[in-house]
Write a protein that binds this ligand. Structure first.
Ligand SMILES: Cc1ncc(C[n+]2csc(CCOP(=O)(O)OP(=O)(O)O)c2C)c(N)n1
Length: 373
């Protein structure tokens, strides 16, 4: 089910709020307007559809490299990836404006990348190097770059949801045309904070978007042993719209989040989006996911989000091999540079952990905007 658009499409953000180093200048576009594009999905031109594909490929390639480095003993701690869930985080982040903050989970590297975090910084973070995101002070997938509007994750159960609601409340009180977005797993929906955040957000009609990554398992607990009613149906009980979407279809995810954002900025309050997807690996590398039936994984493998977008682009005549090769080269280069960085000085271990000066403003439009029309 798709959300019906509730207003004419506004431009995503005023042009003056766009970062100078944004990925592409809207003025540089040669594509026709959406209304003239026929078969193309609304708001996405060919460049956008390619960008969505590239971000997903980059997400997967960086994590594959992370797994390899982890197995070589070069990544401290444990390692978690989002294989199979790339479309949900990439599609959701792509629909945000440059000043809209996002609270990603450990599975959502693509959201960091869309917001402008560099592969080099991510790999350096995995490797514990000072050049990593937030100087590699957190666990290897708990990171965020506040200047880009990406919040480092506290926990996924669902502690970032009240944080997203708080930010949205601030935007409402300050009358800023911004919204916040929180991503969380189905395990989070059984915890009290989730209900408090949903209720408060609906009562206050804050501009927040909640994206549930419904991957069927909370760690090893299948959804059937966690809830009887699909969590998306709870949205109505709180007084907000609940929408289900194919979480492996990056363009569909983009579209529901885009519409939720329009609604939020128009004062229509929060939206709960349930993106149905599959975690193709265990909770972390220490978990072999032997509790997941092989047939279930095979079914989802046949619906791989990257393969789906790839097929679309091939039909459009896009040279996907060249894109994939450029991603590999970018990750190779980023890995080389990250490995060349010195390990941190232990004396600096607590530097920057606590705020000892001015707080960093949260994503004041510095993030390169995806730039969809
Ligand atoms: C408050 C809190 N309790 C427990 C944990 C340990 N823990 C981390 S992830 C997880 C399950 C998460 O399930 P879900 O949100 O569905 O995410 P998935 O692993 O399926 O992607 C648990 C129990 C935690 N991180 N924080």
């Amino acid at each position: 089910m798709r959300v019906a658009s509730n207003q004419a499409a506004p431009p995503n953000q005023p042009a003056e709020s766009l970062s100078k180093d944004r990925r592409r200048s809207p003025a540089a576009r040669s594509e026709p307007l959406a209304a003239e594009r026929g078969a193309e999905p609304p708001y996405l031109d060919r460049d956008d559809r390619v960008a969505l594909f590239r971000f997903m490929v980059l997400h997967r390639a960086i994590e594959e490299r992370g797994v390899s480095l982890y197995k070589q003993g070069k990544v401290p701690g444990s390692f978690y990836d989002g294989r199979g869930q790339e479309a949900t985080c990439v599609g959701a982040a792509f629909a945000l404006g440059p000043a809209d903050p996002v609270c990603p989970l450990i599975r959502d590297l693509g959201a960091h990348l869309v917001k402008g975090t560099s592969p080099r910084a991510v790999l350096a973070h995995y490797l514990g190097r000072p050049g990593g995101v937030s100087a590699a002070r957190e666990g290897n997938v708990h990171f965020g770059d506040a200047t880009l509007g990406v919040l480092g994750m506290v926990s996924m159960l669902p502690d970032m949801m009240p944080v997203a609601v708080g930010m949205a409340m601030a935007f409402k009180l300050r009358r800023e045309a911004r919204c916040s977005l929180a991503l969380f797993g189905d395990g989070a929906t059984s915890v009290g904070d989730w209900h408090e955040a949903m209720n408060f957000a609906a009562v206050q009609r804050v501009p927040a978007i909640f994206v549930l990554e419904h991957n069927g398992y909370a760690y090893s607990t299948p959804s059937s042993r966690q809830f009887v009613v699909d969590p998306v149906e709870r949205a109505a009980a709180y007084g907000m719209l609940g929408v289900s979407v194919d979480g492996n279809d990056v363009e569909a995810v983009f579209d529901v989040v885009r519409q939720a954002r329009e609604r939020a900025l128009a004062g229509g309050g929060p939206t709960l989006i349930a993106a149905h997807t599959m975690r193709m690996h265990g909770h972390g590398l220490h978990d072999d996911a032997s509790y997941v039936p092989a047939e279930q994984l095979a079914e989802w493998a046949a619906r791989d989000p990257i393969a789906l977008q790839r097929a679309r682009l091939v039909a459009l005549g896009v040279d996907v091999e060249t894109i994939s090769a450029s991603v590999t080269a970018e990750v190779d280069q980023a890995t080389t540079e990250a490995l060349a960085m010195p390990l941190p000085d232990p004396a600096t271990a607590t530097t920057g952990v606590f705020c000892d000066g001015e707080a960093i403003p949260m994503g004041l439009g510095l993030a390169p905007w995806s730039g969809f029309r």
